[in-house]
Design a protein around this ligand. Structure first.
Ligand code: AMP
Ligand code: MG
Length: 335
């Protein structure tokens, strides 16, 4: 199939909405990353999203809505905590999980009795949702398990020829996926850290807890290995450890937090001022560039685990093949 590249203007969005109504697949920008969308109430449409991504059927997708009322039409009820979270954080990078109504097809929820819903704040996403006039199921617009796309060129690199269209909206501002909160459990739990900081959510739900990283959880898609670049990635540790494989720095790409290290084959700095919002916005694009830099591996500095740093470290741990430390001009890594 030929993938149409649509402009992010009124005409392009109208064409994208028409494709959604005709059960086709359309990638579009949101404030987090690009989503691969289809009519959420059509099993046939959503099945094409799974096929294009090669996504396993046990991994449920997030449904995007134009407003809180449309969300309420997908859940059996809207508890007061959900109402408070929507009032404070919607539109924005927060996804809420609640029991689903029967009109939501099982393929969307991977057979779960719950559905994950969010209202995005990106003007193109909102305009598309309004023009389509229905909820849009949209996981990130990448091949399953690979890096999330934060630019329409990343979408085309992975999915050209496999989807009907992409709305070319340029770079996405937040750059990291939404925070997923389950309100089915008591106390409520963050299933996936993301673009809405945990600390801000705790102001509304003081007993909100974080699911253990990469552990068994109620969120099927939070696999221990995910967001994987095409070359191995190792997380840097300050302390030396015994054993491992030794290579020259020049063979490694460095994903640095604030300061560029010398002697590496390629360096990407996430935020010279130590701003974690900026670091999140650059995170996937920096990994894409390191992936394409012709180095043997990526070594990544950890970032502080506060605010969006929690989401960044979650992605790094899922992307990592092991750990590394720097020894003079060389890097030592172990799986
Ligand atoms: P994405 O690839 O950004 O669409 O991520 C969707 C993720 O949201 C899934 O991999 C799950 O981890 C989570 N999710 C979606 N629906 C549900 C649900 N009904 N219950 C729990 N987690 C969900
Ligand atoms: Mg994804």
């Amino acid at each position: 199939m030929e993938t149409r590249v649509l402009p992010p203007d009124e005409e392009g969005i109208a064409a994208a909405a028409e494709l959604i109504r005709r059960k086709a697949t359309v990638a579009f920008p949101t404030e987090t990353v690009y989503g691969l969308g289809a009519d959420a109430l059509s099993s046939r449409a959503v099945a094409q999203v799974f096929a294009a991504k090669e996504r396993p059927r046990f991994d449920p997708v997030i449904v995007h809505v134009a407003d809180p009322d449309e969300a309420a039409g997908l859940w059996t009820e809207v508890p007061p905590q959900a109402r408070r979270l929507m009032d404070r954080f919607w539109p924005g990078p927060l996804t809420l999980v609640l029991p689903r109504r029967r009109r939501v097809p099982p393929i969307v929820t991977a057979g779960l009795p719950t559905v994950a819903v969010r209202m995005p704040s990106h003007p193109v996403a909102l305009a598309l949702l309004r023009a389509a006039g229905r909820p849009i199921a949209a996981p990130s617009a990448n091949r399953f398990g690979r890096l999330s796309p934060t630019h329409h060129d990343d979408v085309l690199a992975q999915l050209r020829g496999r989807i009907h269209a992409v709305v070319a909206g340029g770079p996405t501002p937040v750059g990291i996926e939404s925070t997923v909160v389950s309100l089915v459990e008591d106390p409520p739990v963050v299933l996936r850290p993301g673009g809405t900081p945990y600390e801000a959510l705790r102001e509304v739900i003081p007993n909100l807890r974080l699911a253990p990283p990469a552990g068994p959880s109620a969120s099927p898609g939070t696999l221990p290995r995910h967001y994987v670049p095409a070359i191995p990635l190792y997380i840097l540790e300050g302390e030396a450890f015994a054993g491992g494989e030794t290579v020259d720095r020049a063979q490694c790409g460095l994903l640095a937090y604030r300061e560029a290290g010398a002697g590496f084959g390629r360096v990407e700095v996430l935020s010279p001022t130590g701003n974690l919002v900026e670091a999140a916005a650059r995170f996937f694009a920096a990994l894409h560039r390191l992936e394409g830099a012709g180095v043997a591996a990526i070594v990544a500095e950890p970032v502080p685990e506060v605010g969006l740093g929690i989401a960044i470290m979650d992605r790094l741990r899922r992307a990592a093949s092991g750990r590394a430390h720097v020894q003079g001009r060389r890097v030592v890594w172990t799986r």
